[in-house]
Design a protein around this ligand. Sequence first.
Ligand SMILES: Cc1ncc(COP(=O)(O)O)c(C=O)c1O
Length: 382
Amino acid sequence: MDTRSLPGTGPGPVIIEKPVESPLSAEERGRRTASPAFGTAMTEHMVSAVWSEDRGWHDAELLPYAPLLLDPATVGLHYGQSVFEGLKAFRSPAGEVSVFRAEAHARRFRSSARRLMMPEMPEELFLAAVDSLVGHDQAWIPDDPGMSLYLRPLLFASERTLALRPARAYRFVLLAFVTEGYFGPDQRPVRVWITDEYTRAAAGGTGAAKCAGNYAGSLLAQEEARERGCDQVVWLDPVERKWVEEMGGMNLFFVRGSGADARLVTPPLTGSLLAGVTRDALLRLAPELGIPAEEAPVSVADWREGCASGEITEVFACGTAARVSPVNEVATSTGSWTIGDGRTGEVTLRLSEALTSLQRGELPDPHGWMRPVPPSGRAGGA
Ligand SMILES: Cc1ncc(COP(=O)(O)O)c(C=O)c1O
């Protein structure tokens, strides 16, 4: 039996709501969310819940956003038992707010927790937390269609111990901040660095989990990319250093051919990549737009030669934070090359438009991916 699984004694998906006494005015919210740097324009509330061996999940509450008081021996800080998610809420032209693929993120949050020997949060509780926070703080989402509310669920080992074993107490928090695209509002094409020195993850490791350590381990390679004049690092497979895996915190897609012959290829989930929710959405949306899409390995040599011969016409990255983000230049330790004519390609634009239109509620949602969240009674303030 999985000793980390829920004993079933939790409170169910009930969030006790204790919102702030006086919400900020619309003017003050506007001031705080004008051109925010990613991850800084926090809203007024957070959801907190705790898990203990004897009580399971309990004390699920919506609270005013505030610092956490942590014991220096909080074990998650030491050994990295910490997993998180990233998902977004969007405002439609009619003003309604919906969260994109909240259920898929709830499932991935559980699977990341399982890999790190942490208690799996029931999907209903995850969704209740999202509904509560988005219900209260949705007035923070500006009318600007390029802006959205990024939701950050985090689960970490909160037991006060330095014993190296699965912790016996955990804390969940859910925060939200207002954001535009990760690379700014206009999604300019990015230049990438393929590192042959560092790897992100190996099969059997934690690459398929969204755990904190994966991101700490990526920073040095990201810095190497920055020193080479690149925006992002591209990871290769850890064994042969030959196959393209993903880019920074995003999955990669290659467009082979053009016009009516264009087709998409994305590297398969080998166990060391993160199974992106956006990646999955695009694999399903593209064929609906008449663009065949498949999962197949792409080598660096293939990438370089495909661009030289004109067979690879476009490359883009995708993820919740970055949306669809064109890649136009590639640098490696042995040379660099340009993709297509260096400008954002037609397929990238079509997919980007299809995804963002769906997320903003401008298109029908046949997959049921948007989770509408009505404002809570006290949402918004003046
Ligand atoms: C390493 C990594 N790959 C890919 C992605 C894209 O995943 P998603 O589309 O679910 O945001 C992310 C972001 O969560 C990531 O951190």
